[in-house]
Ligand binder design. Sequence first.
Ligand code: HEM
Length: 409
Amino acid sequence: QPPTSPTPETAAAPPPLPGLPTERPAGCPFDPPAELGRVRRERPLAPMAYPDGHVGWLATGHAVVRTVLGDPRFSSRYELMRLPVPGMPPGGLPPAPPGDLTGIDPPEHTRYRRLLAGRFTVRRMRLLTERVTRICAEHLDAMERQGPPADLVAAYARPVPAMVICELLGVPYADRDRFQRHAEVLTGGALDEDTGAAAAALSAYLGDLVRAKRAEPTDDLLSELAATDLTDDELTTLGVVLLGAGLDTTANMIALGTFALLRNPDRLAELRADPQLVAPAAEELLRYLSIAHTGARVALEDVELAGHTIRAGDTVAVSLQAANRDPLRFAGPDTLDPHRSPTGHLAFGHGVHACVGQQLARVELRIAYRALLSRLPGLRLAVAPEEVPVRVDATVHGVVELPVTWDEG
Ligand code: HEM
């Protein structure tokens, strides 16, 4: 038998991408890395070399990303997954501890998800409107009292969601020094010792709290969950996940979203003139900024997708930010347009792991943007835009500080 010659397709196949593009365009922290756009245009699903030597995949096209997230043949189990960024431990990732619903699949995932889903409904989250409005107003009062300039991150974007998630869960906000920084370390960047220490510190803090709630339940989510069949360990880990997910994501959306509006003065003027536009604008900012920019799944069996065979065991990095800027899904995707309805955006993910807190995040963002714009006339950056420090290589994109000023009434 003559040796089989490569098929024309194989012979012509371009080599795997050398790695995940991470460099954003200079001076525009709102746009994804330009390289991602090129990859999406040419190969919406492409083989990619991972830093640990694994040759996996990168999905950038909206249709492919959505398919991967919605298909049960792709798993979220951490112990099967490779990381598309440096920091992969030599022995692989440890499995998700009991209670961490983000790194497991149905049916184990379904049990936790059911406990949460009914507690984060649109109706329940809308009930929080009044309280969130109050919390925003109090922080704006303090900012006004202090007078301009201010760092919007420290004065508003960080404390507002922190106070909201604390009250919802029943975590004393006064203890924030014991969890806020740790939670930020967890979404801040690479896997290193700091993240291990931060996770341990958060677990220790939440563990004490869970035992206290069991002994003396109060009117909050942790106490409600303590009345279910969850073990102490499960509830502690679930508490860490909820607190971590609720703190840093919304904070970065408030700050980076405000920055994006300040850089789009026409949009800002429109929102000021028509507060009804704030809700659709918040949705559009979620799409446009896609701060939770990259996820990952691993194939449990061989899967044919977009003309490729993904082998069992291959990791697929899913670029939510590239998918949300896909011109095949959104017309003029690089324009921030509050008049479009960006239905189908993937900023909260998709499928069984889609963000449990999305209705809460929407309530917070709408109220926080509206309150800020109506309260502080002439709100503007207090430094040149290039001087705003942007988070680099963080798993949740955003700004470190946002120096702003306004006209004093
Ligand atoms: C999951 C984004 C706010 C709790 C997710 C996922 C994304 C996301 C993309 C899916 C991850 C994946 O499939 O791998 C965001 C953004 C937020 C936000 C952009 C703010 C603007 C919140 C808040 C909470 C929360 C306020 C509060 C509790 C969760 C949880 C999961 C999750 C528990 C895991 C769900 C599961 O694995 O079943 N989020 N999130 N998120 N989010 Fe959010």
